[in-house]
Structure formats: structure tokens, C-alpha cells
Design a protein around this ligand. Structure first.
Ligand code: TLP
Length: 356
């Protein structure tokens, strides 16, 4: 009970990321009931069930449960390359920005960014290094779907197929960072297997829109997964009775996957409402899933807007000068959406008065 004078403070509407969700009571219940074993001995039945299920969903032979999307991506890079090699990645992709330079540190490879988040066969062709002894060897092309910094947009299937085909024609390996592949599936109706077609390896996350507390899965051929299992242990990611975590993933595939479209609908409602307000610019037609990139157009520093939003108990993340990212997920309901829209409006108006 609150003391009589205590102020009732509203729970924050946390739109910084879809990673902030807390497991629901039903998910915790599924975790508590999970059958477990020692996964380093490959004796955890729940992990095995999750790995088989995800391998099946992605049309791959085998899969490996890993603690994070970062580990999934980095294991893939390590397995596909040798030190000194180069990896073609879309502009502003996750391994470029948010994986602590791990590709260089752990695999000794350089990342060659294309001009855009999405790239064509021609872009791949232009990025493949010529075969000269003094050039890095291009070995891998990595795709990100949906693209995080690209505002959660989905790879157009035709473009994706073309780029994959081009990669194959140069004997390059292909990796899909599908941290939010489930959102791409929910937005388009295209299956995960179809998006993963032609990919030698795929990472998917359970801890983003699906709301699990921990976990990602890397999928590929049996031999790729065997090599990744060894590396996972080497990097300290071998887990024991982690079936308790895998159970959250299995639960999420059954109960959270079918509701992702609700997050997308809220993201669109938010984008449409805020796009017309003073201080903000949003390309509404590019809001395809649960992420909204917002440009801040007032002269006042965007950090001031972020601080005022925080004071109003609405949390969003900064994407650097003049840009914010707003992410919808299972813990933001219609009331939270309403509070976010209102706070954006108030702060846009207020800072408009002081900036003009
Ligand atoms: N993205 C996080 C941050 O790291 C930026 C977020 O809040 O969006 N690939 C993609 C496309 C991702 O967006 C993320 C996480 C990862 C990989 C890494 O997953 P984790 O956090 O499990 O290592």
C-alpha cells in the first residue's frame, strides 16, 4: 500500500526498443515447467525442441540456441570467414554499429558497407574485391531483415533474391541477420523459410518482438552448426540447463508471433499522428513493422526533446543528431500509445515556441 502522501507515478511508456519487454506470467509459467538437462552434453530436451522447431521454420538442417543475436551473427561470421577476409553488409547494419567491433576482434575481418541498408545485385558486384593478392578476399554477404536502422523496413523479396543470386555467383557465403525476421513475416505474409531461402546461415531472436527474456537461434547446415557449437563453447556461450530459457522461446512462437501485427498497427497509428505535428518528420509510408524513425526538425537540440519526453515518462532512443527511434512491442498498449502521442504533441509545440 502507498503511504497517503505518496505521489502516484505513471509507469513509463518504454519505446526505446522491443528488447525491454518483460516475460508474461504465462511465459514464466512455461519456463517453470520446462524439462531440462545439461545442454553442453546436448541433453536438454527443451533446447533440442526449440532448435528443431526453428530449423524447420527456416528450412535449415540444424540450429543452435545462443544467448544473443550478437553471438549468432558473430558465430556465423567466424564460421564463414578467415582472418583478412571481407564481409559485405548493408549500410548501418548491426555488426557495423552495435556489436563492439566484434567482427574485427573475433574473426579478423573487415566489413564493406553498401550505400544503402538494402542493396541490389549490382551493389554486391561493385563491392566484391577483385582477385588480387593485395586485396582482401570477399567471402560473405550479410543481410539484415527487418533492417533496424532502416526503420524496421522489410527487404523487398525480388531485390533480396537478386542480391543472394549475385552473391552465389561469386561463390560467396550468405548470412541473414533475422533478429526481427518474425516482424517481416507478420508484415508481409511471406514465410520465414522463404526469406531464408538461399541463406547459408540465419540468426533469429526470441528476445525482441517475441518477448522472451533471453535467446537467439542460429540455423544452417549440420556441419555449420557443428562448427558453431564448438565456437560457442570457446566463446563461453555453452549453457547448461538453459531449457528454462528455450521454453520461453517455444512459448513465444506459439503465443507472441501471432500478435506482432498489433505492434505494427500501433507503430503506424503513432507515425500518422506524429508526422503532422510541429517538430517532427516521419516517412509514414516506410513504417512497415514496429520501428518508427523520427526526424526532429526544431532548432532546439533533440536531446532536450528526449529529456522532456523522459520527464513525461515516455522513453525513446536517440539515433544521433536530430533523430529518434520509437519501437512498439507487447508491453505498449493503446493507453501507452495514446500517452506517447500526447507527449510528442505537447513537447513539439513547447519547443517550437522556444526555437523559433
Ligand atoms: N538490436 C538492439 C540494439 O543492439 C541496437 C535494439 O535495441 O534494436 N541484429 C539486429 C538487427 C538487432 O537489432 C539486434 C539488437 C541484434 C542483432 C543483436 O541482438 P542482441 O541484443 O540479442 O545481441
Amino acid at each position: 500500500m502507498c503511504p497517503p502522501h505518496a505521489e502516484v507515478v505513471a509507469m513509463p511508456v518504454d519505446l526505446r526498443s522491443d528488447t525491454v519487454t518483460r516475460p508474461t506470467a504465462a511465459m514464466r509459467d512455461a519456463m517453470a515447467r520446462a524439462e531440462v538437462g545439461d545442454d553442453v552434453y546436448q541433453e536438454d530436451p527443451t533446447i533440442k525442441a526449440l532448435e528443431m522447431r526453428i530449423a524447420g521454420l527456416l528450412g535449415k538442417e540444424a540450429a543452435l540456441f545462443v544467448p544473443s543475436g550478437t553471438m549468432g551473427n558473430q558465430l556465423a561470421i567466424k564460421v564463414h570467414t578467415r582472418p583478412g577476409d571481407e564481409v559485405i553488409v548493408g549500410a548501418l547494419s548491426h555488426p557495423v554499429l552495435y556489436e563492439c567491433g566484434a567482427a574485427a576482434a573475433l574473426s579478423g575481418v573487415s566489413l564493406a558497407e553498401t550505400r544503402g541498408a538494402f542493396f541490389s545485385a549490382e551493389d554486391v558486384r561493385a563491392r566484391v574485391q577483385p582477385n588480387a593478392y593485395y586485396m582482401p578476399r570477399t567471402r560473405l554477404v550479410a543481410f539484415e531483415n527487418t533492417h533496424n536502422r532502416g526503420g524496421g523496413r522489410v527487404w523487398p523479396l525480388g531485390l533480396l533474391d537478386e542480391a543472394v543470386r549475385e552473391a552465389r555467383s561469386h561463390n560467396l557465403a550468405t548470412h541473414l541477420d533475422g533478429a526481427r525476421l518474425w516482424n517481416a513475416v507478420a508484415a508481409t505474409g511471406t514465410t520465414a523459410e522463404r526469406f531464408a531461402q538461399g541463406m547459408d546461415s540465419v540468426t533469429v531472436c526470441l528476445s525482441k518482438g517475441l518477448g522472451a527474456p533471453v535467446g537467439s537461434v542460429l540455423a544452417g547446415t549440420k556441419s555449420l552448426i557443428q562448427a558453431a557449437r564448438r565456437l560457442r563453447k570457446m566463446w563461453g556461450g555453452g549453457m547448461r540447463q538453459a531449457g528454462i530459457l528455450a521454453a520461453a522461446g517455444l512459448y513465444a512462437l506459439d503465443h507472441e508471433l501471432p500478435r506482432l501485427h498489433e505492434d505494427h498497427a500501433r507503430a503506424r497509428t503513432f507515425a500518422k499522428a506524429v508526422a503532422g505535428m510541429p517538430g517532427y518528420e516521419i516517412d509514414v509510408e516506410t513504417v512497415e513493422t514496429n520501428i518508427v524513425n523520427v526526424r526532429w526538425t526544431h532548432k532546439a537540440d533533440v536531446r532536450l526533446a528526449l529529456e522532456m519526453l523522459r520527464d513525461a515518462r515516455v522513453l525513446v532512443s536517440s539515433l544521433g543528431p536530430g533523430q529518434m527511434r520509437v519501437v512498439f512491442h507487447r508491453d505498449v498498449d493503446d493507453a501507452g500509445l495514446g500517452r506517447a502521442i500526447e507527449s510528442f504533441e505537447t513537447i513539439g509545440k513547447l519547443l517550437g515556441m522556444v526555437s523559433s
